[in-house]
Design a protein around this ligand. Structure first.
Ligand SMILES: [Fe+2]
Length: 281
């Protein structure tokens, strides 16, 4: 066994969320995830249990799907009859974190609006009710997206399969209901989530066709879509500029807009410094 046993793998956890890493030299999970780990900490992860798991195969490159979960600009075109009814995409506030991680907070259209889908679902003990008053989603680079909620969190994982196919795993975590079968309320909650997910997936194969078209001249991204740009900048940094063929890399332009823990974005820090300097002078 000591000579021919299975290899050891790294396994670390945030509460009941377990992360496996095949690289024995990788940095500790919490150091890697940084502010994403702290957001998950706010969800009382010790008290969460696995509620449901599903895998969906999609006919597109994994990046096409990841891009789709990093902005809310698409609510008006994709989710007119669902999410767009209650989320105001114009009010989304974005934080870019080091390492490609990011966060997006999107306000409800009506103050005090409560998601009818969570009616009857208990809150996770210890989670600040503030989280119920808004919509917050984090990206843990490179492939984890979680729209957190005090009633439980779905963890979406995006896995590449081939150049033009990928898999989305959806793992739902919620408060422990004790003994007995899963409460029926969860069926509706999960079904609603998957209906919205279907809306996100419906054009994936068509977008993939566009991506592979000789007519493609790139995609314009607006300011509200800067989490996408941030993600792709990080990918290029990891690949290394020297290894990226001409015309395929993105220009590194967002460095000054990345929030450092406790210090805010570089441009704001710069403004703060010049204000302090002018006050001094
Ligand atoms: Fe969407």
């Amino acid at each position: 066994m000591s000579c021919r046993g299975l290899i050891q793998i790294r396994c670390e956890n945030i509460g009941t969320l377990y992360f496996v890493n095949l690289d024995p030299e990788a940095m500790p999970l919490r150091d890697y995830l940084g502010p994403v780990a702290r957001t998950l900490d706010d969800m009382s992860p010790d008290k969460l249990i696995l509620v449901d798991s599903a895998s969906i195969d999609v006919a597109c490159n994994v990046k096409v799907m990841i891009d789709a979960f990093l902005e809310v600009y698409h609510l008006k075109s994709i989710h007119q009859n669902t999410v767009d009814k209650f989320l105001d995409h114009r009010g989304s506030a974005i934080t870019l974190w080091p390492g490609g991680h990011s966060r997006m907070v999107t306000p409800f259209k009506r103050e005090g609006w409560k998601d009818p889908g969570v009616k009857g679902l208990p809150m996770v003990e210890g989670v600040d009710p503030w989280y119920e008053g808004t919509n917050l989603s984090v990206m843990g680079y490179p492939n984890m997206v979680s729209p957190v909620s005090p009633h439980g969190i779905p963890i979406l994982l995006f896995w590449p399969k081939t150049l033009d196919t990928m898999t989305v795993d959806v793992h739902w975590f919620g408060p422990d209901w004790g003994d007995g079968p899963r409460p029926d309320r969860w069926d509706m909650r999960i079904a609603n989530f998957h209906a919205i997910l279907e809306e996100d997936l419906q054009f994936a194969d068509k977008i993939q066709t566009s991506v592979q078209s000789a007519g493609l001249r790139g995609f314009p991204l607006n300011y509200q879509e800067r989490r996408i740009y941030h993600w792709h900048e990080e990918l290029d940094r990891r690949i290394g500029a020297a290894r990226i063929p001409d015309g395929l890399g993105v220009k590194q332009i967002l460095e000054d807009f990345i929030d450092l823990p406790g210090q805010g974005p570089a441009d704001a820090r710069e403004r703060g410094r010049s204000t302090a300097e002018s006050v001094l002078s």
